[in-house]
Design a protein around this ligand. Structure first.
Ligand code: TRP
Length: 393
């Protein structure tokens, strides 16, 4: 079985990437022929306005992949844009892909919204929204300990809602003016390239004739589309492409420090590049059971993000004790977080050290990806030759 997957270079990797994606890839590379690509062209589809970060992000992903254990001796590790053959197949696939497949692609509409991140928008919008959040917080009659953290968290939460509301035309013109936005700012991804995102992904998969693609659930429609393109090509010109199947990973989604899914854009992630102090501060800011206000109050570990981490990183016996002591009220959240921090650090520290070493040899790491890209190109070339022969170009 040939396995391929890809990742858009959005920057440094966090714990969520490891438990959701990389850990699985590492297991797969032990048993199968594997290819893993950094999909930098895909980053362009949404980030064409801010391209200055992409190169740096690609390097950060390289460093993290190697640090975490993807092994160039076992896998072909490469960069999408190094394989120009993909573009030729992209063009050919564009000819045979009905527009409607792309427009009906259930992620298309969703992504158009979801991928709009506040950081892509005018800072003035963020500023205006922050003022609104401040105004709101000033009216809340509670004592707030870490005011700025709460402000950030709220800003993050409401920004998604605001973006959606603006997009759907639900906000008063008055408010829009105050936030300094117009609906036009939101059609960021209303482009030809973005519509074609899944066609490019189909190329990524099919040009290397992958049989299986480990992805998260959100990517299923894209894999389905790849299968349809493969089928259509095979019908028109003869069998060349295997129909790739998705390998769904059943890892529970890792929670961020606010209890939502860990994601860079939610500002709730713990990165492998974070130093110990940064991790400590993040752990101390973790959300806990809102009903447990002070030590002595009984807590509900099963809804607590901190306990979720204990289960992952603290030894079993200790975790049982923590569970009991939280529920009885004997253990306060601050102490509980301290224990969790120690457990988490046991996991993170060696990785952090390895990352520092890997970082020092970035030139060699880039070389590794150059080599990988060369191997990928060999495969792509062969497929492309077959393709062109079949369509008599
Ligand atoms: N679209 C994928 C994502 O956002 C990344 C990706 C690009 C990919 N090319 C791929 C995944 C090929 C699997 C196979 O997560």
């Amino acid at each position: 079985m040939k396995v391929l997957s890809g990742m858009r270079p959005t920057g440094k990797l966090h714990l969520g990437h490891y438990f959701g994606v990389i850990k699985n890839w590492i297991e797969l590379q032990e048993k199968h022929e594997t290819l893993f690509m950094i999909a930098d062209w895909h980053a362009l589809t949404t980030n064409y306005k801010n391209t200055e970060q992409i190169k740096e992000n690609v390097e950060q992903v390289m460093i993290d992949w190697i640090t975490l254990g993807l092994d160039p001796k076992k896998s072909i590790l490469f960069v999408q844009s190094e394989v120009k053959e993909e573009l030729e197949l992209f063009l050919i696939f564009s000819m045979i892909t009905p527009k409607s497949w792309l427009e009906w692609n259930p992620t298309y509409k969703d992504m158009k919204l979801n991928l709009l991140k506040i950081s892509d928008l005018e800072l003035s919008f963020k500023g205006g929204l922050r003022d609104l959040v401040k105004e709101f917080l000033a009216k809340v009659p509670y004592q707030v300990e870490d005011f700025e953290a709460l402000e950030d968290m709220l800003l993050d939460t409401v920004s998604d809602t605001f973006i959606r509301a603006v997009f759907e035309g639900m906000l008063e013109p008055e408010l829009l003016k105050r936030l300094n936005v117009s609906k036009r700012d939101f059609y960021d991804t209303d482009t030809y390239g973005f519509l074609g995102y899944p066609v490019l992904q189909a190329v990524d998969i099919l040009i290397y004739k992958a049989d299986a693609v480990p992805v998260g659930e959100d990517q299923l429609p894209h894999i389905e589309l790849s299968r349809e393109i493969a089928r259509k090509f095979n019908q028109l010109y003869g069998e060349i492409f295997p129909e790739p199947k998705a390998l769904l990973t059943e890892t529970p989604r890792l929670l961020g420090i606010d209890g939502r899914k860990m994601s860079k854009s939610y500002n709730n992630a713990i990165f492998f590049a974070d130093d110990k102090e940064e991790v400590r501060q993040k752990v101390m800011r973790f959300f806990t059971d809102p009903q447990k206000l002070r030590k002595g109050d009984p807590g509900r570990p099963h809804i607590c993000p901190v306990f979720f981490y204990h289960r992952l990183f603290t030894e079993g016996e200790k975790t049982k004790q923590i569970e009991a002591d939280c529920m009885s009220g004997a253990l306060g959240c601050v102490d509980c977080k301290r224990i969790m921090f120690d457990s988490l650090e046991k996991f993170l520290e060696p990785i952090r050290e390895r990352r520092r070493e890997v970082e020092k040899s970035i030139a060699e790491i880039k070389e590794v990806f150059q080599e990988g890209s060369k191997k990928a190109r060999e495969i792509a070339k062969k497929t492309l030759e077959e393709v062109k022969e079949r369509i008599k170009l």
